[in-house]
Design a protein around this ligand. Sequence first.
Ligand code: UDP
Length: 326
Amino acid sequence: MKRVLITGGAGFLGSHLCDRFIKEGYHVIAMDNLITGDIRNIEHLFKLPNFEFYHHDVSKFIHVPGELDYILHFASPASPIDYLKIPIQTLKVGSLGIHNCLGLARVKKARVLIASTSEIYGDPTVHPQPEEYWGNVNPVGPRGVYDEAKRFQEAMTMAYHTYHGLETRIVRIFNTYGPRMRLNDGRVLPAFIGQALRGEDLTVFGDGSQTRSFCYVDDLVEGIYRLLLSDYAYPVNIGNPSEITIKEFGEEIIKLTGTSQKLVLKDLPKDDPKQRQPDITKAKAILDWEPKVSRAEGLRITYDYFKSLPEEELYRAAYHREFEKK
Ligand code: UDP
């Protein structure tokens, strides 16, 4: 049985990856410090003999007994609200955390796949964004802690690949949504759906003309799985090229939820990217991958998930469990 370590395994993407690797017959070790992850996302796996959970901060030395075939580094705060609240942890998990994973991978002779992001393109001046574009990032702006950590993570991973000959894979993830997103993580989809369910107006930042391209989580997981098993060591964009303005997106959510509330305009946060759309030519050619789930279908499944949560979840303020402030 192949063995995989998934850091951030209790998070939104990490937990979906745990499910996928369990389904594929792997022994899965999920590691998470539960600052932004939630144990409830993986509770259903605890009864399985081929699943283990390590409550641990990947920024500290990691020890995993036994063999490992693959390490997937998905630990990181990933929404602007989260990384503004815990900027230093965000920098540490992208730097010290990946260093620990790469070191462990050398010892175990494991292949490493890291979660990078469209944020490495910053506020892009090239549209759509191909992997060859180097980006337009403000290192000292509010998003700098996330963007630069992820850029460092890519550089560190490539260095281990070229210097140590480690097998590495880099996925650049564009906006992704689906069940298990946190209602209070500040991202636009849970924000809009939470507002609709609470009977509040939907807050559009700026004039809503900025664009994003939303990928359903199952499509993303399929792309990541294919990339891990491929022999391609350079970054690959995985995302859904179907681009929409945030204002149109708000209108779609109003229609989906049937709410009688309206869109209200709020200030645009600093350095909010004006446009974002993945060029997925590479993923198509190398992985024979493209997204299959339409936004209408994905949003319906996600809305049903949010509706099924206990009502108090709707009113839970953004929170983080205890963490060390250093
Ligand atoms: N956004 C918004 N209203 C909200 C939350 C976010 O209009 O209540 C906007 C945000 O300014 C950005 C877009 O939606 O332009 C996507 O935001 P998100 O935080 O989901 O992701 P990111 O900016 O990292 O792509």
